[in-house]
Ligand binder design. Structure first.
Ligand SMILES: C[S@@+](CC[C@H](N)C(=O)[O-])C[C@H]1O[C@@H](n2cnc3c(N)ncnc32)[C@H](O)[C@@H]1O
Length: 294
């Protein structure tokens, strides 16, 4: 492991107390971001320096470390690293999400992707990339189930949600959410797929939950992951955290996971001027999506 905390002296002198300034200097920033990307596949853009600093400080506080050097030691210690790395990764990722977050993209799935697909195929595989706590994956499952419910031929479908964050995935697997999240779900779906449970919570209905599975997957490992022949790859609010070069790597590897005719849905504005020999733009209002052509 490299030495981002500069235990040899230069970087951390004078020692910064956890309770003091959030500042980390450029050299420390470069070293920590190298370590985070190399070890965890986590990219922190230069403009998010204070986000990194406050994330590190939060973990230092939790672990009782007084400065970056001590925290780095803890992170490298064989006894602690298996526990602390996931917590640090979780601290340094943004999990904000909601059901049916981007309505035009959901409409595109309902009005274009599903009808096109159902004309020729009997199974449908969707992937919610960077699914956070699962709302996006369950939203897609509701849309797909609803679409097929009105269809006389029995259809099979599955939705896979993946994320780097284990705590987020743990929450996703429960399929249980606070009632205040219900407002994001269209009323007929709310009635059909959401069951009240105790303490102002509701649960996604069991049969639908069984259509959705969750797994940890770091985006840098997509090429070697068993994600192939997808009909729909849905990737929103993730690329914004990456620079252009990494965005291109990510979308190129995601497009390799599509079957011919499969569609990649990104967030509008998340990628400009992307060209790929086997992907064509799907034109649908207020969305950014591409169809695999080969
Ligand atoms: C803002 S949430 C987006 C959730 C959902 N897609 C949406 O649009 O509402 C971003 C998610 O990306 C995940 N993430 C960040 N870096 C990742 C990586 N290298 N591999 C996999 N997931 C990552 C985070 O853990 C977080 O849950």
């Amino acid at each position: 492991m490299s030495d981002p905390a500069g235990q040899s002296g230069a970087v951390c002198e004078p020692r910064q107390q956890a309770g003091c300034s959030q500042h980390i200097d450029d050299r420390q920033f470069a070293r920590w971001t190298r370590l985070l990307e190399g070890r965890a596949g986590l990219f922190i853009a230069p403009e998010r320096k204070s986000f990194l600093a406050s994330g590190l400080r939060a973990r230092m506080r939790e672990t009782g470390c007084e400065d970056l050097a001590e925290y780095y030691q803890l992170l490298s210690s064989p006894a602690m690293q298996a526990r602390e790395w996931p917590l640090l990764v979780d601290q340094l990722t943004v999990h904000e999400t909601c059901f049916f977050r981007h309505a035009p993209s959901m409409r595109l799935v309902e009005k274009v992707v599903l009808p096109e697909h159902s004309a020729s195929m009997t199974t449908f595989n969707a992937w919610s990339v960077a699914c956070s706590t699962g709302e996006e994956a369950y939203s897609l499952a509701m849309l797909i189930d609803h679409f097929y419910a009105g269809n006389s031929t029995a259809r099979r479908f599955g939705v896979t949600g993946t994320d780097i964050s284990l705590p987020a995935l743990q929450q996703a697997r429960t399929g249980a959410y606070m009632d205040r999240r219900l407002k994001d779900i269209p009323e007929d779906f709310r009635e059909r797929y959401c069951t009240p449970v105790i303490q102002r919570r509701f649960e996604v209905e069991k049969e639908l939950r069984e259509r959705v599975c969750f797994a940890q997957l770091n985006l840098r490992d997509v090429a070697s992951a068993p994600m192939a022949d997808m009909d729909l790859v849905f990737c929103q609010n993730l690329l914004i955290y990456y620079d252009r070069e990494r965005r291109l790597e990510i979308v190129n590897s995601l497009s390799d996971c599509l079957r011919p005719g499969g569609v990649l849905v990104l967030g509008p504005g998340e990628l400009l001027n992307w060209q790929h020999p086997h992907m064509e733009k799907v034109r649908y209002q207020d969305t950014l999506a591409y169809r695999r052509t080969d």
